[in-house]
Design a protein around this ligand. Structure first.
Ligand code: SF4
Length: 306
C-alpha cells in the first residue's frame, strides 16, 4: 500500500524586504518601520514547533521566512538547533541565497526552495515584481555546483492556464528540480485577489496529473484549504506524494484534521504520522521557555480532543 504524509512549513518570521508579491498578505499591510529583528518568532517557539513536528511524524517541508529576515549567523544557529531536533537535513525557503550563504548552510540543508509561484512570463512579472525568475535559476546553478537539491513552489489560480504547463515542464527539466509544492490560491484580504473565485478542483487535479505524468520521480506536495479538503484524495490519486498547508497545531484533531486522514484512506494511502492523536513528549531536557511554549502548544492541541 502506498503511503502519504503531512508536511509542515515552519515559518520563522513575518518580515520580508520585498513586500510586493500581489497575492501575499504582506503586500496588503502598510508597515511603517519593518524590522527583521523584531518581526520574527522567538527561537523557543520555532524549536517547540520542530519538536511537535517530529513527535507527530510530520515532515518539515522547509524552514520558511521572508527575504532578508535573518542574518547569516542567526540563521545558521537556528538551522543547527532545528536539525538537531529533527534528526535530518532541512530544506530552506528564505529567498535568494548567494554562494557564500549556501556553503555556510550546506551542512544543515538538503536543498533550497525557489518561490517560482507563477510560471506565466508576463503575469509573473506583474505578480512578483521583485523576485525575477533568473535570480532563482542563478541560485539553482550554484546548488548544482554545491550538490544541493532544488525545490519550487507554484500557486495555482493566479490567472495561469493549463497551456502554461509546458513552461513549468521546461523549467523543472532545465533546473533538475526534485520537489514541487502546489498551493491553491488563498485570496488574502486587501490584495487584488481578495474577491477571486476559488479555482475548480478539476483544474487543480489536472496540473498535478500532468506533472506526475511528465515526471514520475518528482516529489509532489499539495496544499489545499479548509474549504476544499475533499479534493485531497483526488490530488493524491493524480499523483501527489504528500499534503501541506494545513494549520495542524491550531486545528489538531478537529473535523478538518480527521478529514485529511480520511482523504488519505479514500485514496488508498497509509497515512504516516498523525493529525489526531496527541503525542507524548518528554520535556525534562528542555529549557524553561521552550518547555512553557511547547506545553502551551500541546494544551491547544489537546483542547480539541473529542
Ligand atoms: S517574497 Fe514571499 S514573503 Fe515576500 S512579499 Fe513575496 S510572497 Fe510575500
Amino acid at each position: 500500500m502506498q503511503s502519504t504524509h503531512f508536511e509542515r512549513a515552519i515559518f520563522i518570521s513575518w518580515y520580508c524586504s520585498k513586500r510586493d508579491c500581489a497575492f501575499c498578505y504582506l503586500s496588503s499591510k502598510k508597515c511603517i518601520a519593518p524590522d527583521p529583528a523584531k518581526d520574527r518568532r522567538t527561537k523557543e517557539s520555532i524549536l517547540a514547533e520542530a519538536i511537535i513536528c517530529k513527535a507527530c511524524g510530520w515532515e518539515i517541508e522547509f524552514i520558511s521566512g521572508g527575504c532578508d529576515s535573518y542574518n547569516n549567523d542567526e540563521l545558521l544557529s537556528l538551522l543547527k538547533c532545528i536539525k538537531r531536533i529533527y534528526g535530518k537535513k532541512l530544506w530552506l525557503n528564505v529567498g535568494i541565497l548567494n554562494e557564500k550563504q549556501l556553503k555556510l548552510f550546506r551542512p544543515y540543508i538538503e536543498g533550497v526552495c525557489g518561490t517560482v509561484e507563477c510560471i506565466t512570463p508576463k503575469l509573473r512579472d506583474r505578480l512578483c515584481p521583485s523576485k525575477p525568475l533568473n535570480e532563482i535559476e542563478d541560485m539553482f546553478k550554484l546548488c548544482d555546483k554545491l550538490k544541493l537539491k532544488k525545490a519550487i513552489t507554484i500557486i495555482l489560480g493566479l490567472g495561469e492556464t493549463l497551456n502554461d504547463f509546458k513552461l513549468l515542464k521546461k523549467f523543472i527539466k532545465k533546473n533538475h528540480i526534485s520537489q514541487i509544492t502546489f498551493y491553491r490560491l488563498k485570496p488574502q484580504k486587501g490584495t487584488i485577489f481578495e474577491n477571486k473565485k476559488p479555482m475548480e478542483t478539476d483544474y487543480y487535479v489536472k496540473w498535478v496529473e500532468k506533472t506526475r505524468n511528465a515526471f514520475p520521480k518528482l516529489k509532489i506536495v499539495v496544499g489545499s484549504w479548509l474549504t476544499h479538503l475533499s479534493e485531497i484524495h483526488l490530488l493524491l490519486n493524480a499523483g501527489a506524494d504528500a499534503i501541506t498547508k494545513f494549520p495542524s497545531i491550531k486545528l489538531f484533531n478537529t473535523k478538518y484534521a480527521k478529514k485529511i486522514e480520511e482523504e488519505a484512506k479514500k485514496a488508498n494511502r497509509k497515512f504516516i504520522g498523525t493529525l489526531t492523536k496527541l503525542p507524548k513528549i518528554k520535556t525534562n531536557k528542555l529549557n524553561k521557555k521552550t518547555k512553557l511554549i511547547l506545553t502551551n502548544y500541546l494544551k491547544r492541541m489537546s483542547s480539541k480532543l473529542q
